[in-house]
Design a protein around this ligand. Sequence first.
Ligand SMILES: Nc1nc2c(ncn2[C@@H]2O[C@H](COP(=O)(O)OP(=O)(O)O)[C@@H](O)[C@H]2O)c(=O)[nH]1
Ligand SMILES: [Mg+2]
Ligand SMILES: [Zn+2]
Length: 336
Amino acid sequence: MRRYGKHTDEDDIRSRPNRKGTRPRTNIRPAHEDAAEGMVLTVDRGRLTCLVEDRTVLAMKARELGRKAAVVGDRVALVGDMSGKKDTLARIVRIEDRTSLLRRTADDDDPFERVVVANADQLAIVTALADPEPRPRLIDRCLVAAFDGGLTPLLVMTKSDLASPDKLLELYGDLEIPYVVTSREELVTGDAADRVRQHLDGKITAFVGHSGVGKTTLVNALVPQDRRRSTGHVNAVTGRGRHTTTSALALPLSDDGGWVIDTPGIRSFGLAHIDPSRVILAFPDLEPGTVNCPRACSHDEPDCALDAWVAEGHADPARLYSLRRLLSTRERKEGD
Ligand SMILES: Nc1nc2c(ncn2[C@@H]2O[C@H](COP(=O)(O)OP(=O)(O)O)[C@@H](O)[C@H]2O)c(=O)[nH]1
Ligand SMILES: [Mg+2]
Ligand SMILES: [Zn+2]
């Protein structure tokens, strides 16, 4: 509340050059000392809904940010009208340093599928055990993106009322990733939400997965209606009815800083930007074996030192196999 209305004078310099109280821009702009802090909750066609204290404020990127995009989860500095009232628009003048970044390479044929979330601690990779069928290749790619972006993965297997999780658990067992299995019945009793929540407390968790796996069902079970409405709900701000399916949406899980981020369904996960040296950090048992690797080793090539090192008994061969499987997803197309 303290910053309420303070910056309306410099809100949009282009349209109001002579407005009373407007100081020369050069004196104001570089520091933005009095800018309010906010968190981006969702993005819709260039309009960003931000949480500022206890209000949702609609904002747009200031021109000075250039091409740098603010994404869901970003911590931003805002100036302008921060009342959160209808038809007001604040400006985002700064994007704070990110602690993590989940990104996928944009596909030319699929520009809207790009999932981008900043500052998430955890990536919940949601897969249905049936309807739709599990897609291990997609799970692998999500895992690589999580490792590369600095997020801890969590496997969420839904619809265990339709099929057994055994095969998937076998496939991911050697990766030692925490997992939760849920069913329709447990959604009704609340056990599903309780079990998932144990992995979410105090963290910012982004939920990704193919369309129809049950992300939104789960997120809604985790975040009660009134809480959804109080801060994360964007309808009041944009007046556009339902939350758009082209952007992620951050919802407050509790008062301890926990957030869940629902995302639109993904069919693929472009990984062209991935750095293998960051992926290997998720394999601390294998990482020491890379000291003798050639420079810029992909750890998935004939000269990689890991083969010999593992053969000497320093680590479990199954772990190296899993690492290789993940790294190889970079070259393959989804669905192979
Ligand atoms: N049988 C069964 N269906 C589920 C379960 N969870 C979600 N569903 C259904 O799966 C469909 C897709 O769910 P939704 O949450 O919209 O998926 P999203 O596209 O990942 O957000 C809906 O009809 C849900 O009711 C589950 O555990 N078991
Ligand atoms: Mg959904
Ligand atoms: Zn190597």
